[in-house]
Design a protein around this ligand. Structure first.
Ligand SMILES: Nc1ncnc2c1ncn2[C@@H]1O[C@H](COP(=O)(O)OP(=O)(O)OP(=O)(O)O)[C@@H](O)[C@H]1O
Length: 369
């Protein structure tokens, strides 16, 4: 897709504030267990969404994110536990209320549009319990909101990828469901388009007020979209909290590594501080001799300067990005070069001797077994 087309994609969403409003539902996973191929995929899974809340399920491939979403949708039966929507039992052992009786909107990665139905008919499909006139009005309002009003009679294959995403969004919100379930809704879009579509989709979700559960493997996407982010690991929630909470205080080193790359130093604690080539790093709460890993985030964790204070080092590599370069700095006492992301600066070139200082706000300390 060329740049002009991309720019036009970002401009032709409908006016903000015009999406129909839903009565937000609560969603509760109560000790849900799912076994697939003889293996537990959801393991006493617990999660509650308050009405109107947007929660992102984040995790490695295979951690069970899509399975959790499919349970909420009524596509995946459960072996034990309970799933409730607005307090009403929807799934339990031997019970799976079908998707069309759950009051939910669904949006999948591949959009699952009906290829043989026009754009308008794709949206009308979910509105069969309204009268013809009301259904048409609601479908057209949803299409206007996503900027597809002029494409009613086209077919999905005549739309660009971004437009197909918008059609899928219109179709899922048009019936004004109390709960929206979105599985990797942006992963088919290229990077630049994804940002605009994500922001517009978030605006639509906020306007509808529907409770939303979004599956993603992209930490940045989860942090931008979620009121809360739930980090899944092997079918259980390893951590849940606001983006700031899980970023600032990841529950363990694995969680921190998932959220951003890290420079890691293995060391020990002495008198409440861990010694590193950069000096002592405060390690409150650790006993003397405790083995710890100091994790330094490339963004904000360390700063390099050509003059001034800090630990001496040498730039061994620089990769130029847009405005922010990625430096690798060799420091005596460190096994691997330290990665630092910092504003581009003509003086910072490979071979240059520099001074490195840490910013403790972006340095984390984790105990090691
Ligand atoms: N029908 C099935 N039979 C056997 N195993 C399955 C089946 N469906 C999923 N699994 C397994 O369950 C685990 C969780 O799958 P799930 O799709 O929920 O993970 P995910 O976190 O959404 O991953 P991804 O991001 O790759 O989609 C995976 O290990 C997968 O191989």
């Amino acid at each position: 897709m060329n740049a002009a087309l991309k720019a036009s994609e970002s401009q032709n969403w409908g006016p903000r504030g015009t999406a129909g409003v839903s009565f937000a539902a609560s969603l509760e996973f109560d000790s849900v267990e799912v076994e697939l191929g003889g293996r537990p995929v959801l393991d006493r899974f617990e999660l509650t969404l308050r009405p109107g809340e947007i929660v992102c399920l984040l995790g490695e491939s295979g951690s069970g994110k899509s399975t959790a979403l499919r349970v909420a949708a009524g596509i995946q039966p459960i072996q034990s536990g309970a799933l409730r929507i607005n307090g009403e039992l929807m799934s339990a052992a031997g019970l799976t209320t079908p998707p069309n009786r759950r009051g939910i909107g669904l949006m999948f990665q591949d959009y699952a549009l009906f290829p043989h139905l026009s754009v308008l008919k794709n949206v009308l499909f979910g509105l069969t319990n309204l009268g013809r006139a009301a259904a048409l009005e609601q479908a057209r309002a949803a299409l206007r909101r996503v900027g597809l009003a002029g494409r009613e009679n086209d077919y999905p294959h005549q739309l660009s990828g971004g437009q197909q995403q918008r059609l899928a969004l219109a179709r899922s919100v048009a019936p004004r469901p109390g709960l929206l379930l979105l599985d990797e809704p942006f992963s088919s879009l290229d990077a630049r388009l994804r940002e605009t579509v994500r922001d517009e989709t978030l605006a639509v979700l906020r306007e509808t007020n529907a409770t939303s559960l979004i599956v993603t493997h992209d930490p940045e996407e989860a942090m931008i979209m979620g009121d809360r982010v739930a980090l899944l690991r092997q079918g259980r929630i390893a951590q849940i909290g606001s983006a700031a909470e899980i970023y600032r205080r990841p529950v363990d080193l694995a969680a921190a590594r998932f959220l951003s790359p890290l420079g890691e130093i293995e060391t020990e604690v002495r008198s409440g501080a861990a010694s590193t080539p950069f000096g002592a790093v405060p390690a409150p709460g650790f006993v003397d001799g405790a083995p710890v890993t100091i994790a330094i985030r490339p963004v904000g964790g360390a700063e390099i300067r050509v003059a001034g204070q800090g630990t001496p080092g040498r730039i061994v590599a620089r990769r130029e990005a847009i405005g922010v370069d990625l430096f690798e700095v060799k420091v005596e006492g460190l096994e691997a070069p330290l990665a630092v992301r910092q504003s581009a600066n003509a003086g910072l070139v490979p071979g240059k001797d520099v001074f490195v200082s840490l910013n403790m706000e972006h340095v984390l300390v984790f105990g090691r077994d």
